[in-house]
Write a protein that binds this ligand. Sequence first.
Ligand code: URA
Length: 434
Amino acid sequence: MNIIEIISKKRDRENLNKEEIEYFIKEYTNGNITDYQAAALVMAIYINGMNDEEITNLTLAMAHSGEMLDLSAFGKNVVDKHSTGGVGDKVTLILAPIIASFGIPVAKMSGRGLGFTGGTIDKLESIPGYCTDISIEEFIENVKNIGISLIGQTLNLAPADKKIYALRDTIACTDSIPLIASSIMSKKIAAGANKIVLDVTCGSGAFMQNYEDAKKLSETMNKIGKLAGKETVCVLTNMEEPLGYAIGNNLEVIEAVEFLKQDMPEDVKQVVLELGAYMIKLAGFGENIEENKQKILEKIKTKEAYEKLLQLVENQGGDTSYLENTDKFAKAKYILEVKAKQDGYIYSIDARKVGELSGKLGAGRLRKEDPIDETVGIVLNKKVSDFVKQGEVLAYVHANDENQASSAVKKLQEIYKIQENKIEKPKAILGVIL
Ligand code: URA
């Protein structure tokens, strides 16, 4: 077997067998296949596609290309949750303590933000003292002791995906369903869970820009999950406008903490309840989705979920006084109002543009090693379908540079689209693919 034969097969629209796929992944990860050969094969996959068996073999080969986390000590129903990425997505910060408050183990590795999307690890690190870089032994010990731990990518999970993902970025091959599905599922499989709930975002601030593509991606990931013996549920969520009101690291932590104190923006609430209800079901803690949602609301009302967050933060060295009083979080130097130029109904707040703007203010990074500014970002005051009067505040810009702040105000005035006609509140949940 050699890589040239494998490339020609895919170029000629033939299916690759398991051995060929495993050979490619192993040798590319080891550096024995060049980037230009891998690029040729990835492009052939992009153009000619893969069938379900090929996608599953690719996923499993990538999952096994590095370390595999063993979470079997926590039982046979270990549930993980993952989002395909978005703007203002603080759902993990809210959902992880909720799930742990049911006694369901939460052992989660999360990523950092890149490009216009944020990352849970950056957000957690804006809580003074919180340590995301602990050993795997400590991570497992924490879950045994208090039922929850959230950390960064300590292990070398799915290194083949890291190489292929970086390559895809440079050869215009990011938006391919087989490649996205195998990339996401390989990491989830390597992360040790055997039940997976996926938040498949859909809209301007997501990889999948329309419902049909999001549905296709979900169906593909469900099939991979089934063939790999990991029950998978995909919840399709709206990412046309940012989720919730806050975009930026400590601003999102504040929104997440206040959520657990019962100040719940409606769209965030819908997403948390839907994903959470399926996580509870897959964990074997309740068959009925609507009843599970009520149980979640009860955990919030009784403050059990909030108490679990305090326990998590304290256990990983974080200063919980910041959660008790979120006014303690450091603030940006300039907080400027963005005012409406006309009366009317808001019909669009492009999530991607808001994410990019927040990133430029310093909340995001272009390269992995770039530093981020925890204090900056954008807080929306109005969402799609809200009515505004001319001069009313649409949003607030939080910035540490005066020029950047005033430029962001102008940009946000353009990003907010206002019309005379009333429009319906957009749905937060677009569908569930079982
Ligand atoms: N997220 C991933 O991890 N991989 C992709 O290819 C797309 C989104």
